[in-house]
Design a protein. Structure first.
Length: 200
């Protein structure tokens, strides 16, 4: 995402001294460290006075629990969150993308959705418990994005099932068809600093 600063020619101050530029939240990792960095960036974005929070996602995915932590922060944000995919948003990245107020994809970007996965082992009852949990998570994440994208609860669950539960890759146009993407193209965030003349 590009940030553009437009300053009135009468203002002679150095731009760096003039104002804090808006915070753009960048998401690449869904690890404990990635979640902490996400929280910190979201907090800074709320403190700048900017009207929206751009969340740029370029990720192969990661922990579903880390993703749900980030989704919680999007849901409680007091500003509209615009999720933006510049290159790829796969697995957890696609889920986070689907939770934005508006959802932008670069024309050549790719989304990938699939069932939640978990490595497991141990005794029979432990494996059963893990299987039950992964089924719960799977239903939860697909219902969440369906609701946020204006689809029926089982919309994405059915589509993933129809595709044989294989990885489902979507172009920007395909994602827009399913209401996952609201806008094709990367938005520009413009900050204007102006001068007002007033004779009282």
């Amino acid at each position: 995402m590009y940030k553009k600063l437009v300053v009135h020619p009468l203002i002679r101050a150095k731009h760096a001294e003039l104002l804090d530029m808006p915070q753009v939240v960048l998401v690449q990792k869904f690890t404990e460290e990635g979640v902490k960095e996400f929280r910190d960036q979201m907090e800074r974005a709320h403190q700048t006075g900017q009207p929206v929070i751009p969340v740029v996602i370029d990720s192969y995915g990661g922990s579903v629990y880390g993703c749900l932590d980030m989704v919680g922060h999007l849901q409680k944000a007091s500003l509209p969150v615009h999720t933006i995919v510049t290159g790829k948003a796969m697995s957890a990245g696609a889920i986070l993308f689907g939770m934005g107020h508006t959802r932008h994809m670069a024309e050549n970007a790719t989304l990938m959705l699939h069932d939640a996965s978990m490595w497991t082992g141990g005794k029979t009852e432990e494996i059963k418990a893990d299987a039950k949990e992964i089924e719960r998570l799977n239903g939860l994440i697909f219902r969440m994005i369906a609701g946020n994208c204006g689809q029926k609860d089982d919309y994405f669950i059915k589509l993933v099932h129809e595709k044989g539960h294989a990885d489902w890759f979507l172009t920007a146009k395909e994602a827009r068809k399913h209401k996952l993407c609201t806008n094709i193209g990367i938005p520009e965030l413009t900050v204007e600093v102006s001068v007002n003349y007033k004779c009282a």
